[in-house]
Design a protein around this ligand. Structure first.
Ligand code: AQP
Length: 345
């Protein structure tokens, strides 16, 4: 999207100043229960009280090789899924990262204020370099700078993420503080918003690892839009230990993970869950987790099935989201250009 026309600037400017939120998910696979519980579920709750921008971060996705037609389809599907999960485009700005060029423009500038050593310490870079050893590209290395740009561009106060992204938010804060110390108060310093329960949902086949949408084994994750039967079956087969008491304890990664999932859908504490399944085995517990999780996702699946057929609506949300984001992003970018000394005619 080169030029954005017809932006209703008055409407944007007349909105009361609420604290701002930015967050996103990469269209790098089918969105999982981990993405939902760690991020999107919280986004839905937060839109009541905050001015929210929710982005499909396609620029981030190409740090790992993508099939172009799949990336295009998944970008569309991810945006439809945001809405199906309860993001209201009337309340929140929903858009695609590559539709707003300022993300990449600010990333270049911030890269000049980020240390090589800082980026070298990022655990996601180390993990992804191991996973994709045939393609350790510089975009993978500078991914956190682009993420800092996403957040700082909109002067976000809060960034709801899973625990895996905490280190990147800390880096964003460091870069913003560094930039502000040279040029004055240009950027709002963001805080991570990470909920204790559900901040890391683990793989169902290896519960010592994070559940990931790019995991080649579909049994390792719950895709939000998969069938009810698949969800129930995958949870039934989830790897657990050889014990049989439903108890949250160190080393019981599989059961701890299922307890977290159950807790996120029921609102029950771990103590309450232990009491509920006292005297019952893993079979009963897994069946309950599977059914509860499938029930929790039913509404989203149905709404998604309806929305995905409405291309005109999804594209209209994409367009108007990009217009609003473009306007906000330009405000920050012009200030940054002025501060660093770029010539303006
Ligand atoms: N397993 C998880 N538990 C809790 N939160 C999670 N998130 C991701 N996985 C879990 C949170 O979801 C948001 C979007 O993540 P992302 O798309 O930016 O990429 P990611 O963190 O690398 O997630 P994936 O699913 O593992 O993607 P791939 O496989 O492409 O690398 C973030 O807020 C993240 O914390």
């Amino acid at each position: 999207m080169d030029k954005i026309k017809n932006t209703n600037v008055d409407e944007i400017n007349s909105q009361p100043q609420r604290k701002r939120i930015f967050s996103g998910v990469q269209p790098s696979g089918i969105i999982t229960l981990g993405n939902y519980i760690g991020a999107i579920k919280n986004w839905v709750e937060l839109q009541k009280d905050y001015d929210c921008l929710y982005c499909v971060v396609d620029l981030h996705a190409i740090t790992v090789r993508q099939v172009p037609s799949e990336l295009r389809r998944r970008t569309f599907e991810a945006l439809a899924l945001y809405i199906a999960c309860g993001i209201d485009p009337e309340k929140s700005t929903v858009f695609v990262q590559s539709h707003v060029p300022a993300h990449a423009e600010l990333a270049w500038i911030l890269g000049c204020y980020t240390g090589f050593g800082e980026l070298s310490r990022m655990t996601q870079f180390k993990d992804k370099s191991r996973k994709h050893s045939d393609n350790i590209n510089s975009g993978l290395f500078t991914y956190p700078v682009l993420m800092a740009s996403d957040i700082l561009l909109y002067q976000a106060n809060l960034v709801p993420v899973g625990i895996d992204q905490k280190q990147h938010i800390e880096l964003t804060r460091d870069v913003a503080l560094r930039f502000n110390s040279v040029y004055g108060d240009v950027f709002t310093i963001p805080e991570p918003y990470i909920k204790e329960t559900g901040m890391k949902i683990n793989s169902l086949t290896d519960p010592t690892k994070k559940m990931s949408k790019s995991d080649p084994n579909p049994s390792s994750y719950i895709a939000i839009i998969e069938s009810r039967d698949d969800t129930v079956r995958k949870i039934k087969r989830a790897v657990t230990d050889s014990d049989s008491t439903v108890k949250y304890a160190p080393g019981k990664d599989g059961i701890n993970n299922l307890m977290s999932i159950y807790s996120c859908f029921t609102g029950k504490t771990f103590d309450e869950i232990e009491k509920e399944f006292d005297g019952k085995g893993y079979g009963d517990f897994k069946a309950a987790v599977g059914e509860t999780c499938a029930d929790g996702l039913d509404g989203i699946r149905n709404e998604y099935a309806r929305l995905i057929k409405d291309k005109a609506y999804i594209e209209s949300v994409m367009k108007s989201g990009a217009e609003k984001a473009y306007y906000l992003s330009r405000k920050t970018l012009s200030k940054v250009y002025r501060k660093v000394g770029f010539y303006n005619v």
